[in-house]
Design a protein around this ligand. Structure first.
Ligand SMILES: Nc1nc2c(ncn2[C@@H]2O[C@H](COP(=O)(O)OP(=O)(O)OP(=O)(O)O)[C@@H](O)[C@H]2O)c(=O)[nH]1
Ligand SMILES: [Mg+2]
Length: 259
């Protein structure tokens, strides 16, 4: 009997790395090349929000020469969350077995991807963590370190999500796990998206594991982090926490209002 044909990444299947971009022309070529070198079997989808700096056209040029690279050109800047949801839907329509979230700015080392995918053989969701033993954070100013540590502490205490890096954006989702999560309820636009998905994954009861990563401050291009994005995360985490506590109130029935 002949061996079954193996497609994609061993033990995981067909993998799509979704890279959301807004004005990342200086970074995209290098990151795509590093992903292709680190994990040659995976496909890439650049989800660009009509970047004024021409990132979308650059991605199209790469897609024209490499069948593993694809582009989703979106109308305008709608936030990280909307770009990822569009990428997830793109992957679902094409039958991918797993989706990876990765920033375009080089903060998420493509060289860590094989370790994340290896962990995905035995997990539904893999979070590349900056705050677990063995992880490294390079060149981040103290205020960013504090923001991330405090944000994660608050998310863990308020929502009970049992991970060290609920705000981290370097992840693998098995498609079955995404299917078990009510993505239609997702409302985050900015980086609270990562916390919201951590919460939904936890509530769906899927297996979440964390893998240490080496996270580096972006070297080129501008950060899209803003006080508004921090405020959105604080406000949303607080709202979810209050809703969870109200739902757990003795005698309250909240059937049908799961998220
Ligand atoms: N498509 C799309 N991508 C976005 C949007 N906002 C941010 N991104 C991308 O999301 C990724 C993370 O954004 P960053 O600006 O690096 O944010 P960050 O990593 O939290 O902040 P820094 O550490 O300061 O860089 C990058 O690849 C961005 O280009 C958006 O509105 N639409
Ligand atoms: Mg960044």
């Amino acid at each position: 009997m002949s061996e079954p044909v193996r497609v994609g990444h061993p033990g995981v299947g067909r993998v799509l790395v979704v890279i959301p971009t807004y004005n990342e022309a200086e970074n995209l070529t290098g990151v795509v090349a590093r992903v292709r070198a680190a994990a040659p079997a995976v496909d890439i989808l650049v989800a660009d929000d009509n970047s004024p700096d021409g990132t979308g056209a650059l991605a199209e040029a790469m897609a024209g020469t490499d069948p593993h690279v694809n582009v989703l050109r979106r109308r305008g800047k709608e936030g990280l969350g909307a770009a990822y949801l569009a990428g997830f839907a793109w992957a679902r329509r094409r039958g991918y077995d797993a989706v990876v979230e990765m920033d375009a700015d080089g903060s998420h080392a493509p060289e860590d991807l094989p370790a994340l995918l290896a962990a995905a053989r035995h997990a539904d969701v893999v979070i590349g963590s900056r705050w677990t033993r063995g992880a490294k954070v390079l060149n981040w100013p103290l205020r960013r370190l504090l923001l991330s540590r405090c944000g994660n502490l608050y998310a863990r205490l308020a929502l009970g999500v049992p991970v060290t890096d609920a705000t981290g954006g370097y992840r693998v989702y098995r498609s079955a796990a995404l299917a078990a999560m009510p993505l239609e309820s997702v409302c985050s636009q900015g980086y609270s998206f990562q916390v919201e998905l951590s919460r939904l994954a936890h509530r769906a009861g899927v297996r979440i594991v964390e893998v240490p990563i080496t996270f580096a401050e972006r070297e080129r291009g501008a950060s899209k982090m803003s006080p508004l994005i921090v405020a959105e995360a604080l406000w949303r985490i607080t709202t979810w926490a209050l809703r969870d506590r109200a739902a757990a109130w003795p005698g309250r029935r909240v059937a049908g209002r799961w998220p």
